[in-house]
Design a protein around this ligand. Structure first.
Ligand SMILES: CC(=O)N[C@H]1[C@@H](OP(=O)(O)OP(=O)(O)OC[C@H]2O[C@@H](n3ccc(=O)[nH]c3=O)[C@H](O)[C@@H]2O)O[C@H](CO)[C@H](O)[C@@H]1O
Ligand SMILES: [Mn+2]
Length: 389
């Protein structure tokens, strides 16, 4: 054990002491011993103290959850390491520079003056609009990590859409809420067609069989009622937030806790720069999804939305009811549940908006303001994959 390694470890422990419960009584004596040895020499006694302190740091409950490899340690460049990686590298004798600054958690200073100027990062009702460059991933992960959250995520794959599952799930496991608890609920008419995909730590996949339907519109709209019932009957105690995502999609970049909010809409990738009179709202007053000319904020996609269980429950219940009124009147909104969702969001403003980075048209389609594509539709031949036109 080199003096350097011990110094690093002491730094690590110093950094963590504010988070470890009972640090003063349990770990401080060991910490002090090591501090002394870091300057002098290494004995079997210090090795024991080192091992014990290491164990404490990896198993002690901090702020209500045990430390794990997802916990962050920052160095002065604001890059981060998981504690697991740090400890194993220490064991392997690799040099890691750790910040031992006692004043706390380091990250880039936020500016009151400088931000992105090429996009709007706030709605007129003061909901943030999330774009690359509007948040600090390290900081926001650190903050949310302390809340021990579960994010339920629903995805539907009926008929030929099961072909999209492999890419969807594999890419989600690389980019979607990595390090946080995610429970996917996959609804399909063919459970046997669901591919084997290895789930990351704290990510689970539950498969639910649902009946096949003959119209793609009914599949798409039917999601509202299934979500409503899922939240009502099962999720209340199981999750904190929920997202509902299209399956004909793939992740290419981080989608994380920056997306969480009470009620979250994603700006549609085709209409983020369009005047509201071009939005494809339902324009027939006979439909419950009707939006009169001259109204409208942003046009939201039906392919991704979410929020707290309570707010998404209200949203899905409202859309389900509005769609059944339409059905009773033999009218179907032009863009199905997406039309109802847009009507809902017009009169119940989302508390957070995600930019089209969170649902892009196609990975190969560029746009100046889109600095990173996080999630994108994949090209598909509608006539070939859908059960009807
Ligand atoms: C970019 C965007 O805003 N997408 C929306 C759009 O067209 P899309 O072309 O994206 O709709 P879509 O064909 O992807 O259908 C929506 C979703 O329903 C599911 N599905 C559909 C058909 C099928 O045979 N099997 C199956 O599982 C699947 O999860 C799919 O992702 O309009 C739809 C309603 O009009 C939905 O609001 C979509 O979210
Ligand atoms: Mn889609």
């Amino acid at each position: 054990m080199s003096v350097n390694e011990v110094r690093q470890f002491v730094g690590l422990a110093s950094y963590y002491r504010r988070f470890v419960k009972d640090f003063a009584t349990v770990a401080k004596p060991l910490h002090n011993l090591l501090r002394k040895h870091a300057r002098f020499h290494w004995t079997p006694e210090s090795q024991q103290a080192f091992d014990k302190l290491k164990e404490l740091l990896t198993t002690a409950p901090i702020l209500g959850y045990p430390m794990d490899s997802g916990d962050l340690i920052l160095d002065t460049d604001a890059s981060n390491f998981g504690i697991g990686a740090v400890l194993s590298q220490l064991q392997q004798g690799e040099l890691i520079y750790l910040n031992t600054n006692q004043n706390g958690f380091l990250y880039n200073q936020p500016s009151a003056l400088v931000s992105r100027t090429d996009v709007a990062s706030m709605t007129p009702w003061l909901a943030p609009i999330i774009w690359e460059g509007t948040f600090d991933a390290t900081l926001i992960d650190f903050i949310y990590k302390q809340q021990n959250l579960t994010i339920a995520t629903t995805v539907f794959a009926l008929g030929k859409y099961t072909r999209f599952l492999k890419d969807f799930l594999e890419s989600a496991e690389q980019h979607y809420f990595v390090g946080f608890r995610v429970d996917y609920y996959l609804f399909t008419d063919q459970p046997e067609a669901v591919p084997e995909v290895t789930m990351g730590e704290n990510h689970t996949l539950t498969i639910r069989k649902v009946p096949s339907l003959n119209r793609w519109q009914d599949i798409s709209m039917g999601r509202m009622e299934i979500l409503e019932k899922l939240i009502e009957n099962e999720l209340t105690k199981e999750a904190d937030y929920i997202f509902c995502l299209d399956v004909d999609t793939k992740f290419y970049g981080r989608w994380g806790v920056e997306s969480l909010g009470r009620l979250v809409g994603v700006i549609h990738p085709w209409y983020f720069d369009a005047p509201r009179n071009q939005f494809t709202y339902e324009r027939r007053p006979e439909s419950q999804a009707y939006v009169p000319a001259g109204e409208g904020d942003y046009y939201y996609t039906g392919a991704a939305f979410g929020g707290s269980l309570e707010d998404v429950h209200h949203l899905t219940k409202t859309c389900r009811k509005q769609m059944s009124i339409d059905a009773a009147n033999s009218i179907e909104a032009i863009w199905h549940e997406e039309s109802h969702l847009n009507k809902y969001f017009l009169y119940r403003k989302p508390s957070k908006l995600l930019s089209p980075e969170y649902l892009w048209r196609d990975i190969n389609a560029g746009a100046g303001q889109i600095k990173t594509v996080r999630f994108s539709h994949v090209a598909k031949n509608n006539a070939e994959v859908r059960p009807n036109l």
